[in-house]
Write a protein that binds this ligand. Structure first.
Ligand code: GLY
Length: 426
């Protein structure tokens, strides 16, 4: 079986890495991939753009690709599934209509509202004056969201009315024609990613990520500076509620809208101090860097799960099996990220980190004259598993100590304060 993975980040490296553990898989092709997927055994990069659907379809048809796995949201929102499906290719990921759950916050909020799925109160505005008047009336803190894909930069939790007004104005100035203004809720954020075939769901291990650049969850938002799984915040009883009150009704609501959603339904949840889950957002794809912490614990062959989703036979599969214990990943970023940063710095120490028992998932990494060099803001993640979350985190940091590149920055507090769920510890 040959599988094509679309994307070039750490998430796509992790997907390719996991798929390559199966001897049934002859080859994984990454479009466009990164420096690590270029050099992995039985893995190959093909230099096509992720929105070049015609080129991707031609490649997949000529090379007998059994399954296309789409990593990022952008090609899904642009309709890659619809296009490749018309060419009789099998694709893991939702259609363009399904991807609206991430690509349009207002659409997703209306879906949740009509299906009775818990989500903070909200209002939608197409005019800056009405949006700012609403913010002034409601007061702060308040959440301002762009109604469209914004590469992780479309959500602002404003602590003052002035900040909220500025956020509204800058979103309209940046070209968004709609904003969603949402009640600010408190609690702890968790990521619950579920696989779905449009009928049934299979949740993956619940994870937590660290979105801010600075230690103690301070500073600007990033794509994610580290993650761990499972999180003890999501007990089996809470997971049952999340399935029954959120995931399954969402798949049902999508179906009632005529959307056959087969892929990942990623619920970004807030767990209130009372222990109740509410949906902050849905994403239509695997999380990054949650995937780099979840997949090292997955024992079930990933391709079995992905294929079953595309063939609508998820319910026939035995339960997903997981390694006991926990996993964590720590992201190393280029100095200046999430602002401007330099590229082209030589990366050293990956082999040494992996010799210690970690796995290094590359993201903004390019292969230049046989040398791995930095090529993005988030450069790589060092992932490790352990009997306990504490031991997984400690090993990930020992691995990170081996990595070097000029201007390297990483948070020292990933998983700080988190504990291995007692039912999961080794
Ligand atoms: N970790 C956040 C995301 O994947 O959107």
């Amino acid at each position: 079986m040959k599988i094509l993975v679309v994307g070039n980040g750490g998430r796509e490296h992790a997907l390719a890495w996991k798929l390559l553990q199966s001897q049934r898989i002859q080859q994984v092709i990454c479009i466009p991939g990164n420096g690590a997927t270029a050099t992995a055994a039985r893995c190959q990069n093909v230099s096509l753009r992720i929105d070049d659907f015609e080129g991707i379809a031609r490649f997949a048809l000529v090379h007998g690709i059994s399954l296309v796995v789409v990593g990022p949201e952008l090609p899904l929102a642009l309709g890659i599934k619809d296009y490749l499906q018309r060419h009789n290719l099998r694709v893991f990921g939702p259609t363009q209509a399904g991807a609206q759950i991430e690509a349009s916050k207002s659409w997703a909020k209306s879906l949740m509202q009509s299906a009775g799925i818990p989500t903070p109160n909200f209002a939608v505005f197409q005019e800056v004056e009405k949006a700012t008047a609403y913010v002034k009336d409601r007061g702060a803190p308040i959440v301002v969201k762009a109604d469209g894909l914004a590469a992780g930069k479309g959500v602002m939790v404003a602590q003052t009315v002035a900040e909220a007004v500025e956020a509204v104005e800058s979103l309209f100035q940046d070209g968004f024609d709609t904003v969603v203004i949402e009640e600010c809720v408190t609690g702890q954020e968790v990521s619950v990613l579920a696989l779905t075939d449009g009928l049934s769901i299979r949740p993956l291990l619940p994870a937590q990520d660290h979105k801010r650049i600075g230690e103690g969850d301070t500073g600007p938002n990033t794509g994610g500076m580290g993650a761990y799984a499972p999180t003890s915040l999501v007990t089996p009883a809470l997971m049952a509620r999340i399935e029954q009150e959120i995931l399954q009704p969402t798949v049902e609501a999508l179906r009632q809208q005529g959307i056959d959603y087969r892929g990942v339904l990623y619920a970004g949840l807030m767990i209130s101090p009372q222990g109740d889950p509410t949906v902050l957002e849905f994403n239509c794809r695997f999380g990054d860097p949650e995937t780099q912490a979840i997949l090292p614990l997955l024992e079930t062959p990933l391709e079995d799960l992905l294929l079953a989703c595309t063939q609508q036979r998820l319910a026939e599969l035995p339960p997903i099996t997981w390694k006991p214990g926990a996993a964590a990943c720590v992201v190393a970023a280029a100095q200046g990220y999430p602002g401007s940063y330099q590229k082209g710095q030589a990366i050293a120490g990956i082999e040494q980190a992996e010799a210690m028992g970690t796995t290094v998932f590359c993201a903004g990494v390019q292969l230049k004259q046989q040398q791995l060099v930095t090529d993005g803001g988030r450069v790589l993640a060092v992932a490790a598993t352990g009997d306990t979350l504490e031991s997984a985190i400690a090993l990930a940091y020992r691995g990170m100590n081996c990595i070097e590149f000029e201007g390297m920055y990483y948070r020292k507090d990933i998983g700080h304060g988190a504990k291995t769920p007692s039912s999961m510890s080794g």
